[in-house]
Design a protein around this ligand. Structure first.
Ligand SMILES: C[S@@+](CC[C@H](N)C(=O)[O-])C[C@H]1O[C@@H](n2cnc3c(N)ncnc32)[C@H](O)[C@@H]1O
Length: 295
């Protein structure tokens, strides 16, 4: 079972640039990767990641040389649209994004340009993907957060020279999506889990159970993810294990999550987690990794 380490990932880095998340995403798994990779099963049928976000784990498993078919999904329609465009039309995206970068760098007021883009939702899929990447690179802290109407509401980030187009990375992510024949779905996770079969590998990275009422960052979607949702997810986790899937879950370590997954093999990892702008929220955060598999 223990096959991959940070070294494997680093050598993938040095051999050639490995695909990295094309958006910064709250809860991104960069710092947990080496721990998660250790629990990738030797063999599995399809890979499912139904809380996809920036897709750090999917990309890392691909980067260490595993070849598999993937079903990737998230409830966020704009995000899934961006994956679809990177899979099907990466050069069009690079072209539109390069134009935005050029306009932005020559604009008299960068913040006005940003707020204009923030207002200008587009129905064109390529333009919409370019807008998501542009806002992600130029907004405060590179977050994605929406208000109750589902509108992106993160303020301007004031970066001096944000890297808006990373064409090489878009192309390597395109390759990962193509080679894994990624099926991309905009969907609630429960609908997707109903398609998982014995032998599949499922990685679950839900919105985190907040450590306290004030440390919450659950606004990826207008509805958020409540304690009831965490309870329901634990039931879904159990069903997957009973069906014969290999399941891995990460969450914050809280009394609730510790209780929900008490019957499984768990590991606590302390990481720096830049989830919010408060400095103290960035260090020494305890994450729970839960491994679910039939013996
Ligand atoms: C913690 S983030 C995942 C981060 C990801 N692992 C990464 O490396 O960036 C949780 C994701 O779950 C999505 N999400 C929230 N509620 C959901 C639901 N009910 N079904 C599917 N996805 C959901 C959010 O849009 C968000 O992208």
């Amino acid at each position: 079972m223990v096959q991959f380490s940070e070294n494997t990932l680093l050598s993938a880095d040095t051999a050639k640039r490995r695909p990295l998340p094309f958006v910064k995403w709250a809860g991104g798994k960069g710092s947990l990767l080496s721990h998660i990779l250790r629990h990738v099963p030797d063999r599995f049928s399809s890979y499912y990641e139904p809380f996809l976000g920036g897709g750090a784990v999917f990309l890392a498993i691909y980067a260490v040389g595993r070849r598999f078919n993937a079903v990737l999904s998230d409830v966020n329609a704009e995000l899934i649209n961006a994956y679809e465009i990177i899979k099907e039309a990466p050069e069009d995206l690079i072209r539109v994004l390069s134009k935005l970068e050029d306009e932005y760098s020559h604009s008299k007021s960068k913040s006005s340009y940003f707020y204009e883009m923030r207002r200008a939702q587009s129905t064109d899929p390529i333009r919409s993907a370019a807008r998501l990447l542009f806002l992600n690179k130029t907004c405060y802290n590179g977050l994605y957060r929406v208000n109750s109407r589902g509108e992106f509401n993160v303020p301007f980030g004031r970066y001096k020279n944000p890297r808006i187009v990373d064409a090489e990375n878009i192309r390597t992510v395109n390759k990962a999506l193509q080679e894994t024949k990624a099926q991309l779905r905009r969907s609630d996770y429960k609908t997707i889990l109903s398609c998982c079969h014995r032998g599949d590998f499922v990685y679950l990275d839900p919105p985190y159970q907040p450590k306290s009422n004030t440390s919450s960052f659950t606004d990826y979607t207008p509805g958020g993810f409540s304690e009831n949702d965490q309870e329901e997810l634990a039931k879904q986790f159990k069903r997957l294990v009973e069906r014969g899937c290999n399941v891995l879950l990460s969450n914050s370590e809280t009394p609730l999550t510790a209780r929900l997954y008490a019957e499984y093999e768990t590991k606590t990892v302390t990481v720096n987690r830049p989830i919010n702008s408060v400095g103290s929220g960035r260090t020494g955060y305890k994450e729970l990794i839960v491994v679910g598999a039939l013996d």
